[in-house]
Design a protein around this ligand. Sequence first.
Ligand code: NAP
Length: 247
Amino acid sequence: MVAVEQMFRLDGKIAVITGASRGIGHALADALGRAGAACVGLARSAGPVTPFTSSVTYIPADITVDPVTVIDAVARQHSRIDILINAAGISLATTAPEMAMQVFDQTLQTNLRAAFAVSTAAARHMPPGSSIINVTSIGGHQGFPGNPAYVASKGGLRMLTQAMAVDLGLRGIRVNAIAPGYIHTDMTAISHADPVLHAQRAGRTCLGRWGEVDDLVGPALFLASSASSYMTGQDLVIDGGWTARGL
Ligand SMILES: NC(=O)c1ccc[n+]([C@@H]2O[C@H](COP(=O)([O-])OP(=O)(O)OC[C@H]3O[C@@H](n4cnc5c(N)ncnc54)[C@H](OP(=O)(O)O)[C@@H]3O)[C@@H](O)[C@H]2O)c1
């Protein structure tokens, strides 16, 4: 039985976070580091947009290109991986019909295929008690206009979460997801800056506001830690009540 005081601590754990150069991945890497984990953050940029405040090592890597090599290198250096957060993602809204298939392929490649490749590679180095967390979206639960590739990729990632929970469960590896609503990051910068869209999105929630990256820290720590030791295959919706709301 883990003491309540230790339940959310990650001391001695090795965590890999994709999409750690900015936004949600950056915030979650920093938070896991503050909870005691030794974190490795991955993204394509040469470095994070702002420095980390905790023990996060950053490695530039495109997860659509040979993620096995970088994951194996991390595991070799740290001897194992205890926590993986798949936060890397893209949203390429396009209205140009001639671009539709290219956008679809590119989106699925990053948001779904790469998450599967990274998870499969990491799972080979994960001991029992490890945790994989995918970052899905309320777009994986409901249809949103103008970006079918994104919605399909997140719905796919939600089901991948369940499928991998089944396949990895008997090895003691838990696989869950967090499904954010509208969170203020670079990905949502345009609608956040537009007064009409900003108010429309806030008004769809029960709490009457946008989410901030820090709103995701508690749920991610819960899923990463022993606090959620009997939970797997779930997609935890963190949307200020967006999906709970009828009228
Ligand atoms: N913001 C929201 O409202 C919201 C809502 C629901 C779900 N989400 C999901 O949350 C995750 C993070 O989104 P965000 O809002 O933080 O977006 P963001 O600010 O645009 O950050 C996306 C991150 O993914 C990385 N990335 C993209 N392609 C990559 C690749 N091929 N290889 C490695 N890293 C890659 C980016 O880094 P580089 O450009 O440096 O590679 C960046 O660190 C995404 O999966 C997104 O779909 C966001």
